[in-house]
Ligand binder design. Structure first.
Ligand code: TYD
Ligand code: MG
Length: 480
C-alpha cells in the first residue's frame, strides 16, 4: 500500500502544499501553514472502491405538493428581517463578529424568545461555563426561559446528546472554533477541525431539520477566522458589526441561500442587552445640527428599507502642498470622483482645499445614489450656505456631470415625508416609472429634479443671502 504523506495546509485559506513553508504561496499569509495527516480527514477512511455505491432516489425540481420550507421566527424583528423572515428549518447559519460585539448576547436573547414559544432550544457554549451563560441570561431578565444549556466542545458528544429526546428547533454552537471532532487529528481551531466540526453539524441539521447557528470569530482584518470553506458550506453567513463610538450594532447578511443579502438589522447595546432600533433614520438624524453649512441629508436604502443619514463635509483652505482628503463611512474613490466632477463641470476650484467627508452616526454607505448628497454637502461647506434643514438629496453623478436616476425613488421620498422633510432634490424623471402611483404620502414633498451637477451648485449658491456676500460669482464664491 502506498505510503500516506502528510500534507501542509494553510490555516488562512486552506491551500494544500507538499512541504512546510513560512509563507503561503496561495494567499501570501505568513506562518499559517500547519501539518495535517491525510488519514485523519473526514471521509479518509472510506477509500474509493472500498464499498459498493448505494442507489438513492432522485426527486423532481418541480414538486407541487411540497410546502415552502418552514421558518422559525424569533419575534426579534431586526433579526428575522436579516435572515429573510426567520431561520429556515434544517439550515445552518454562520454568525461572525469581533469578540465582545454581542454575538452571545444576541443569540441567548433569540434562544429565550424561541424557547418561550414552546420549542426545544439548545445553547452549547464552548467558551463560557454554564453558570456564566445563566448569569448573563438572568441579568438580561431571561432567567425564566426554558433554554437548555451545556458547556461542551466534543462534536460527537453534542450530536449524540441532541439526537436524544425531542427534536430541537434551534441549536446554537458558540463558537465553531472551540469545537473538535475525533475524526480529525489536529488541534481545535485549525482548518480541518473547524471544517470537520461544521460538516458534522451541517449533517445533523439536514437530517433532523433543526436550525443550527454557528458562531464564528472574526480576525483583525474582518474575515471569519478559520477556513473560508465554512462560509461556502453553510446556508447563510451573517455578520454582526459595531458602528462608530456609540452602542449601535448592525446585523448584515453576507450570504443567504433562503433570502436577500442586502437587509440590515439595527440594534443598540444597552444595560439590558440588545434592543431593536425599529426606526434607524430617526436615530441617525437625532443629534443633527441642521443649521450648520456642510450638512446634507441623504435618502438612502439599506436592502428594502429606506434609511436617512446625514452627510457632513468640511472644505477648508489647505496649508499643505497636497491637500488632505479624508472620508469616514463612504468610499474615498467616490469622493475623488465627485470632487473631479464638481471641478470639471460646475466650475468649482477645490484643488487648494482640504476636504473631509463623514457619514454621521458611523454608518457605512455603499450606494452610488449618495453622490448627490455628498456633492451638496461639499458645495454647502465651500460656499458657507446652509442647506434647507427640511430637505433630502439622492442621485448618482455621472462623470459627465449628469445626475442619473436611482432605484426605489418613491420609497426614499416616502421615508423622508414620514420623518417630516418637505423638500427633495432628485434626479430627473418620475422616481419610479408609474409604480406606486396611488401613493399620496410622498406627494407632500416639493421635489426638485436636477439634471446636471451645475444645476445643484447654482441652486445652492442662489439660496445664499445676498446681503452677506454681494460681489462674488454665484457658482464659486470662496474658490480661487
Ligand atoms: P458578548 O455577547 O459576550 O460578545 P461576543 O459573544 O460577541 O464576544 O458581549 C459582550 C459585551 O457586551 C461586553 O463588552 C458587555 C456588553 N454587554 C452590555 O453592554 N450589556 C449587556 O446587557 C450585556 C449582556 C453585554
Ligand atoms: Mg461570546
Amino acid at each position: 500500500m502506498a505510503k500516506q504523506h502528510a500534507s501542509f495546509v494553510c490555516q488562512s485559506c486552506g491551500a494544500v502544499s507538499q512541504r512546510w513553508q513560512g509563507r503561503c504561496e496561495s494567499c501570501g499569509a505568513w506562518n499559517t501553514i500547519a501539518e495535517e495527516s491525510p488519514a485523519s480527514g473526514i471521509g479518509a477512511k472510506t477509500a474509493l472502491g472500498a464499498r459498493k455505491g448505494r442507489i438513492f432516489g432522485l426527486s423532481n425540481l418541480i414538486e407541487t405538493d411540497r410546502p415552502a420550507p418552514a421558518r422559525i421566527t424569533t419575534g426579534i424583528a431586526e433579526l428575522d428581517r436579516v435572515t429573510g423572515g426567520g431561520f429556515v428549518a434544517g439550515s445552518v447559519i454562520l454568525l461572525g463578529g469581533e469578540p465582545g460585539i454581542g454575538k452571545s448576547t444576541l443569540l441567548i436573547q433569540a434562544c429565550a424568545a424561541l424557547a418561550a414559544t414552546d420549542r426545544r432550544v439548545v445553547y452549547i457554549s464552548g467558551e463560557e461555563a454554564v453558570d456564566q451563560v445563566r448569569l448573563r441570561a438572568q441579568r438580561l431578565g431571561l432567567g425564566g426561559a426554558p433554554v437548555e444549556l451545556a458547556a461542551e466542545t466534543s462534536i460527537e458528544d453534542i450530536v449524540a446528546t441532541l439526537g436524544h429526546g425531542k427534536r430541537p428547533a434551534l441549536v446554537v454552537i458558540d463558537s465553531i472554533q472551540t469545537m473538535w471532532t475525533e475524526l480529525v487529528e489536529s488541534t481545535p481551531g485549525t482548518v480541518s477541525q473547524v471544517r470537520g466540526a461544521a460538516q458534522a453539524l451541517i449533517r445533523f441539521a439536514k437530517t433532523t431539520g433543526a436550525a443550527v447557528i454557528l458562531v464564528g470569530h472574526v480576525t483583525k482584518d474582518g474575515q471569519i477566522a478559520g477556513p473560508r470553506v465554512v462560509e461556502h458550506m453553510v446556508d447563510a453567513v451573517i455578520s454582526f458589526e459595531g458602528e462608530g463610538g456609540r452602542d449601535l450594532r448592525l446585523l448584515r447578511a453576507v450570504k443567504n441561500r433562503f433570502g436577500p443579502t442586502d437587509e440590515i438589522g439595527v440594534f443598540e447595546m444597552t444595560g439590558r442587552g440588545l434592543e431593536e432600533v425599529a426606526n434607524p433614520s430617526a436615530l441617525f438624524l437625532s443629534s443633527r445640527d441642521a443649521a450648520a453649512p456642510g450638512a446634507a441629508v441623504f435618502a438612502g436604502m439599506e436592502g428594502t428599507r429606506p434609511l436617512l443619514v446625514e452627510f457632513q463635509a468640511l472644505v477648508a483652505p489647505s496649508s499643505l502642498g497636497t491637500p488632505r482628503r479624508a472620508v469616514v463611512g463612504w468610499d474615498t474613490a467616490r469622493l475623488a470622483m465627485v470632487v473631479a466632477v464638481l471641478e470639471a463641470h460646475a466650475g468649482l476650484k477645490l484643488g487648494q482645499y482640504d476636504i473631509y467627508l463623514s457619514v454621521a452616526g458611523g454608518l457605512r454607505v455603499g450606494e452610488p445614489a449618495a453622490d448627490l448628497a455628498a456633492a451638496a454637502a461639499l458645495v454647502s461647506s465651500l460656499t458657507g450656505v446652509s442647506l434647507a434643514s427640511d430637505s433630502v438629496f439622492f442621485g448618482e453623478i455621472a462623470l459627465s456631470g449628469a445626475i442619473r436616476p436611482v432605484a426605489h425613488g418613491m420609497a426614499r421620498l416616502k421615508e423622508a415625508a414620514k420623518l417630516g422633510f418637505c423638500q427633495a432634490t432628485t434626479p430627473q424623471g418620475p422616481p419610479e416609472q408609474g409604480r406606486n402611483k396611488g401613493d399620496s404620502s410622498a406627494k407632500e414633498l416639493i421635489v426638485r429634479s436636477c439634471k446636471h451637477i451645475s444645476g445643484l451648485v447654482a441652486e445652492i449658491a442662489a439660496s445664499r443671502p445676498k446681503a452677506l456676500d454681494p460681489g462674488r460669482p454665484p457658482q464659486n464664491p470662496r474658490g480661487r
